[in-house]
Design a protein around this ligand. Structure first.
Ligand code: LRH
Ligand code: MN
Length: 432
């Protein structure tokens, strides 16, 4: 299917052999340090080994903005190339066992060939994403003025039909969830009737919900703005939560970290959605201003840690009835996407491992006694713990790379792909 240079397990083992002595030394030192505060390092390493995040198929190609896209070399040409790159990330990090596909971007005449390659590469398929925010070449009705909430029932029906088709594709891939993000909204006051638009959206989502297999979930993704710049139909977690409760138990809320106003307390939104039994999953990324889709933890790593702190606390309290779906959703405009996705997956593992180190008894005591500084200090003690030896050891024991970035660059993988994948002539603006 694809001219396939692949980094071999032998390559990884050879490079690991050089890195292992230093890793072992650091690991043993951290083990002694954690033991002093009553933490067994093996418990954390085991937890990290079980941690996985899904890769966005649309994230392995170079992204862009409305201004420009500067493609790199050896860009994936189709979903099969994308799966190859995702498998390389999984092979080196052992943290990304699944891929989240986006239709029709990943559409291919043979969904079974996609499943077959996924199986061959040891990759599973997480939530599938529908797309009613762009018009496809052969599309009858335009989504210019919306999709699931459009004033024209025929446009809404077309959008519902597309989502049902995504469910069928997902079933063939072994996926168990559909993510629905819509761009529907308005650019001018008065352009849209807020309540009627939401009612139309819910009516359309009911039609999609009715087609969900019994063991599937539908993730509703809210977003404050863009591409609509005055109002967005599903703009915030409150509207998202309401819609999910109206639809039923298989409807859950998906939190894309970049879809909130700057300085929004996202960890509290996570806590609320857990408490209300409607947290479905995440699109992890980071941002400074808008929906910047930057590398996770690259702008506000403490926020990412605090999100995982809420998740670990909830798991400890058995407050999570469904394991949230962890997915990355990023756009890599100036880096090698494979490197960025590896760094981001490891960053999630890092903040998760640190959240597992929080002394929850000490934190609860400080909260009960309103000892604010002790409460923050308890969190910071975990956040400031360098858990890199745990992450490296977890990868090593899973036959991944102790130093994924080092092995990736040593392998010349990108150069190999440059030879195998002739540059596509047409360069487009936008994220794909
Ligand atoms: C919208 C979004 C959504 C995807 C798209 C690629 O901003 O976060 O999750 O469909 O990015
Ligand atoms: Mn998203």
């Amino acid at each position: 299917m694809t001219g396939t240079y692949r980094i071999s397990p032998t390559d990884i083992a050879e490079q690991n052999a050089k890195a292992l002595p230093a890793l072992q030394e650091d690991y043993d030192a951290l083990a002694r340090r954690l033991a002093r505060s009553g933490n067994d390092i093996e418990t954390i390493t085991k937890a990290v080994t079980g941690f996985g995040v899904a890769l966005p198929s649309w994230g392995v190609g170079t992204g862009g903005t409305r201004f420009a896209r500067f493609p790199g070399v050896g860009e994936p040409r189709n979903v099969f190339d994308k799966l190859e790159d995702c498998a390389t990330i999984q092979k080196l990090t052992c943290a990304t066992p699944t891929v989240s596909l986006h239709f029709p971007w990943d559409k291919n005449k043979d969904v079974h060939a996609m499943k077959q390659l996924g199986d061959e590469l040891g990759l599973g398929f997480d939530a599938v994403n529908s797309n009613t925010f762009q018009d496809q070449a052969n599309q009858k009705l335009s989504y210019k003025f919306g999709s699931l909430s459009h004033t024209d029932a025929a446009v809404r029906a077309q959008a519902v039909e597309h989502n049902v088709e995504c469910i069928e594709l997902g079933k063939a891939l072994g996926s168990k969830a559909l993510t629905v993000w819509i761009a529907d909204g308005s650019n001018f006051a008065g352009q849209q009737h807020f309540a009627r638009a939401l009612d139309r959206y819910l009516e359309s989502m009911r039609a999609i919900y009715a087609k969900l297999p019994a063991d599937w979930l539908v993730f509703i993704e809210h977003k404050l703005y863009e591409p609509a710049f005055y109002s967005t139909v599903i703009a915030d977690w409150g509207t998202n939560y309401w819609a999910a409760t109206q639809l039923g138990p298989q409807a859950r809320c998906l939190v894309d970290l970049g879809h909130h106003a700057p300085n929004t307390n996202i960890e509290m939104i996570v806590s609320r959605l857990i408490q209300f039994g409607k947290l479905g999953g995440f699109h992890f990324n980071d941002s400074k201003y808008g929906d910047d889709d930057l590398e996770s933890g690259s702008v506000n790593p403490f926020q990412l840690f605090l999100v995982f702190n809420e998740l670990v606390d909830a798991a400890d309290r058995k407050a999570l009835d469904v394991a949230p779906a962890y997915m990355l959703d990023q756009s890599h405009n100036v880096t090698d996407p494979v490197e960025s996705l590896m760094a981001s997956a490891i960053e999630l593992q890092r903040r998760y491992a640190q959240a597992c180190l929080v002394d929850r008894a000490r934190l609860e005591q400080a909260q009960v006694e309103n000892d604010a500084l002790m409460a923050l200090d308890t969190l910071k003690a975990a956040f400031n713990t360098d858990v890199a030896p745990i992450l490296g050891m977890a990868r090593h024991r899973a036959n991944g790379a102790i130093d994924p970035l080092g092995v990736y660059r040593w392998s010349g993988y990108r150069r190999h792909k440059q030879n195998e994948r002739p540059a596509a002539a047409k360069q487009s603006a936008g994220i794909v």
